[in-house]
Design a protein around this ligand. Structure first.
Ligand code: G3H
Ligand code: ZN
Length: 314
């Protein structure tokens, strides 16, 4: 509504990047702005697919993800962890992703992944991020509710959706050590958590872990179905790198609407850069190996989008 739009404009450093207040490009592209993940994920839930959410670490990865989304006509979420923001700053990621989105023919959202505290959420929103995760999953339930509610109170007043996590996804995400993922999401607790926090989407722990797996991960799909039965907001799968395509597809059939990929993209980018430099030891032009990395990431992302079922949804 009008009041919300106004407070959003006052709060943000960047004008009009959330839904309802698009920034128009001069070049006449079709979409021309960053959108929030709210409509994206609700559409995915209603039409039984998942939106791929891809962690980006530099400009080439942003370009690569956008290229894949446009080629497949898929809505797309680009996201950055706290350590990526520490590395380059939220403004740089906003600048890169906005540049990618402004003339894109597909909707693009910029999401804070594993937001560690309230002030980082504020920083990201002020920079122009259109979706926020607050990750209090390592805290006891009531503390998780408290921190999450603080962020949803802020974000709901300015039209920004919030993802939170309940249960523990294991492994290591950047410099965030989650420990062993022994604590899967309890369906009853999930219902209570969503009610108490007013979140827009819920990340669940059902047996995935961040980083590469040793052996094949086994997902607790029954648990996922039980959570889905009790919770109406879209569900999010973390740690999808290395999870077999069929397991991801089955989890989408059971209610997952957003699938997060990071490790495999890093490996794709760095692998292509490494090969290029090994093959051409005299090479000094960063554009040459950057392009190789970029192309490899595009291929990888297209593959993942097909698994998610988001290809052709725009
Ligand atoms: O939040 C990011 C994802 O959960 C990434 O997990 O590195 O295993 O793909 P991944
Ligand atoms: Zn994650």
């Amino acid at each position: 509504d009008g009041a919300n739009e106004k407070s959003l404009e006052t709060f943000r450093k960047r004008p009009g990047t959330a839904d309802g207040g698009s920034v128009k490009s001069q070049k006449g592209g079709q979409n021309m702005s960053l959108v929030t993940t709210k409509e994206m994920l609700n559409d995915a839930r209603d039409r039984h697919y998942a939106v791929g959410a891809f962690n980006v670490e530099n400009m080439e990865m942003v370009q690569a993800v956008l290229a894949a989304a446009e080629r497949l006509r898929a809505p797309v979420i680009m996201q950055t962890t706290p350590s990526a923001i520490k590395y380059a700053g939220a403004d740089y990621f906003y600048g890169n992703v906005f540049a990618a989105a402004k003339d894109a023919c597909v909707p693009v959202a910029l999401h804070l992944d594993h937001g560690s505290d309230y002030s980082l959420a504020v920083q990201a929103v002020r920079a122009g991020y259109t979706s926020i995760m607050i990750d209090g999953s390592k805290m006891p339930l009531e503390s998780n509710i408290q921190i999450t509610r603080k962020v949803t109170e802020l974000c709901s007043s300015i039209g920004i959706p919030v993802e939170a996590e309940l249960g523990k996804v294991g492994g290591k995400e950047d410099d965030l050590e989650a420990g062993p993922g022994e604590a899967y999401t309890d369906p009853g607790e999930a219902e209570y958590f969503v009610e108490q926090t007013g979140i827009s989407s819920l990340a669940v722990a059902i047996g995935t872990a961040h980083g590469f797996y040793q052996g094949e991960p086994e997902l607790d799909l029954q648990r996922l179905s039980d959570i889905k039965r009790r919770v109406s907001v879209p569900l999010v799968l973390h740690g999808a790198s290395g999870v077999p395509a069929e397991a991801v597809a089955e989890s989408i059939r059971r209610g997952i609407c957003k699938v997060n990929y990071a490790t495999e993209l890093r490996a794709a980018y760095t692998g292509a850069v490494r090969e290029t430099l090994e093959n051409q030891p005299e090479l000094i032009d960063p554009k040459i190996f950057g392009k190789a990395g970029r192309e490899r990431v595009t291929e990888q992302v297209m593959e993942k989008m097909k698994v998610c079922g988001c290809a052709g949804k725009v």
